[in-house]
Design a protein around this ligand. Structure first.
Ligand SMILES: Cc1cc2nc3c(=O)[nH]c(=O)nc-3n(C[C@H](O)[C@H](O)[C@H](O)COP(=O)(O)O)c2cc1C
Length: 217
């Protein structure tokens, strides 16, 4: 499928079929993620994949931790967001709200508990970077993650990036035996979409071009 269609088609999926993903497909998706460009070809991204019993064990420990720490979903800023940005997140909530209401769950509970259980995805990918790198290199990892999401989409495999759990990065590291030299940047739920689930009928909007593009000529 052409890249433009893939980019338009990809969305975050928050309900998955109980259908395994082939290991070969996961490897190909990660291999595509590794094709991303990076500063002086450092390729600072690393991916840890878990599924089955180990993934379930991770979810149990995240849920336990979450019941104590109660991290909520937010922009991660210390200052209040300027209107332009808060409007975008409010608009997203407007699109998501009515679908989540159908599940008879409070919105925050759906997002927080759903994120901690990776929305029932059969596969979870943890994205890590060596702590030796400065934050600027997170950009390189972000590029690689974009490749990963699109490569999965191309195979008909859905994803949801999950940042909420990175507050529990140390515990994820412990559970998956990730070296303390690595920082957990993101989790990605991966699997086949349950196409009839209300929470998968969400299509978030994007800002118009004039909000993200400035010409200087
Ligand atoms: C870095 C990052 C972190 C995210 N964290 C979460 C999360 O913790 N929980 C969740 O449900 N969705 C999470 N998302 C998904 C966003 O909510 C989603 O990408 C956004 O609303 C746009 O919708 P779309 O992906 O369907 O286009 C995250 C996305 C990104 C890129």
């Amino acid at each position: 499928m052409d890249i433009q269609r893939l980019m338009q088609q990809r969305k975050s999926v928050r309900n998955y079929l109980d259908k395994p993903v082939l290991r070969a497909d996961i490897e190909q998706v990660i291999q595509s993620a590794g094709l991303a460009p990076s500063a002086i070809n450092l390729q600072p991204w690393e991916y840890v994949v878990t599924y089955g019993e180990e993934k379930d064990r991770l979810i149990r420990s995240l849920k336990k931790l979450h019941s104590i720490k109660n991290v909520s979903c937010g922009p991660g800023t210390t200052e209040p967001l300027p209107d332009k940005y808060s409007k975008r997140s409010k608009d997203a909530l407007k699109v998501m709200g009515p679908q989540i209401e159908k599940l008879n769950l409070p919105f925050n509970r759906f997002i927080e508990e759903g994120s901690c259980s990776f929305y029932g995805a059969p596969v979870v990918i943890i994205v890590v970077i060596d702590k030796i790198f400065p934050e600027l290199r997170y950009l390189d990892v972000g590029l690689s993650v974009s490749y990963l999401l699109l490569a999965a989409e191309e195979k008909g495999i859905s994803t949801c990036p999950i940042g909420l759990v990175t507050d529990y990065g140390d515990e994820i590291g412990d559970a998956l035996n990730i070296s303390q030299d690595k920082k957990v940047l993101l989790a990605i739920a991966l699997g086949y979409e349950n196409e009839v689930a209300p929470e998968n009928q969400i299509r978030t909007d994007r800002a118009p071009l004039n909000e993200i593009l400035t010409w200087y000529e």
